[in-house]
Design a protein around this ligand. Structure first.
Ligand SMILES: O=C(O)c1cc(=O)[nH]c(=O)n1[C@@H]1O[C@H](COP(=O)(O)O)[C@@H](O)[C@H]1O
Length: 279
């Protein structure tokens, strides 16, 4: 029997738990603010606390791989454990690895994050399409087989992204729109939601692109980067119901107190639901 697709699992999680994604980004400064050392023991404690506080209640947890990789193999071991524990507690895990390479190497990344027997198997992974959307094919195919998802960078939250993403392709579309149109083709006919998501920053003001990809829209930028839940309808328009707002420091700064982390996530979820319902 083929596995339940990621898009369906995500829609269910968003409807029952709310659409919030919390990023697990163990910045050195956050470890210090939590009274932890910037070492593997601090990383382990930080990560375990976030997973224990939130994996049983938020729809998605998004570990940012770089913050674990900086500790080498012992950091990756912490990441592996976090992925497994978060999934066991019912959260969908989106591995934020932003991988992008030529197709054959993309196959190895797909094996790492999207094949069921891999130690780092995740519900979804972030990828960059700017080596050409077709270079992502091994990841897109692996995700279908394992019931996982792929989130493709489209319009990122950082101001530097525009010089590439807003550039004009040969046929007059922006590069971002070209990528979004590829995503829409991948998701065609999928119900209730396709498994190929787009990353679109909540900081953009107005996306200025057609976001109707029939897939989830990961929206980082709320909190530390200046956007608020109230900005979502303006950026996402009629697609706002498919938005998964992603917040890292805005929640993590409320730790190490478990109640503080939970309250921050709950408050944001309420604000997001209100913004989406009022749009
Ligand atoms: O793919 C992402 O998650 C991502 C895309 C993007 O356009 N902008 C962006 O900030 N992110 C990630 O989202 C997180 C934002 O963290 P905060 O600004 O602390 O909420 C970081 O892990 C970024 O790597």
């Amino acid at each position: 029997m083929s596995p339940e697709p990621f898009g369906a699992r995500l829609r269910h999680a968003m409807d029952t738990r709310g659409p919030l994604c919390v990023g697990i980004d163990p910045h050195a400064s956050l470890l210090t603010a939590w009274g932890l050392n910037d070492d593997v023991a601090g990383l382990e404690r930080f990560t375990r606390t976030v997973v224990e506080a939130l994996a049983d209640r938020v729809a998605v947890l998004k570990p940012q791989s770089a913050f674990f990789e900086r500790f080498g193999s012992r950091g990756i071991a912490v990441l592996e454990k976090a992925v497994q524990e978060a999934r066991a507690a019912g959260a969908l895990v989106l591995m934020d690895a932003k991988r992008g390479d030529i197709g054959s190497t993309m196959g190895a990344y797909a094996a790492t994050y999207l094949e069921k027997d891999s130690p780092l198997f995740s519900d979804a992974v972030t990828v960059s399409p700017y080596l050409g959307f077709g270079s992502l094919r091994p990841a897109l195919d692996a995700a279908v087989l394992s019931g996982a998802g792929v989130f493709v960078l489209a319009l990122t939250s950082n101001p530097e992204g525009a010089e590439v993403q807003r550039a004009t392709a040969a046929d007059g579309r922006s590069l971002a729109q070209l990528m979004l149109d590829h995503m829409a083709a991948e998701n065609e006919g999928m119900t209730p939601l396709g498994s190929v998501g787009a990353v679109v920053g909540a900081t953009l003001g107005d996306a200025g692109a057609n976001l109707a990809i029939n897939g989830p829209l990961l929206a980082p930028g709320i909190g530390a980067q200046g956007a608020t839940p109230a900005d979502l309808p303006g950026v996402f328009g009629s697609s706002v119901g498919n938005v998964v707002p992603s917040v890292s420091r805005g929640v993590l700064s409320q730790g190490p107190d478990v109640a503080g982390l939970r309250e921050a996530a709950e408050r944001l979820t309420d604000e997001i639901r209100a913004a989406v319902a009022g749009s």
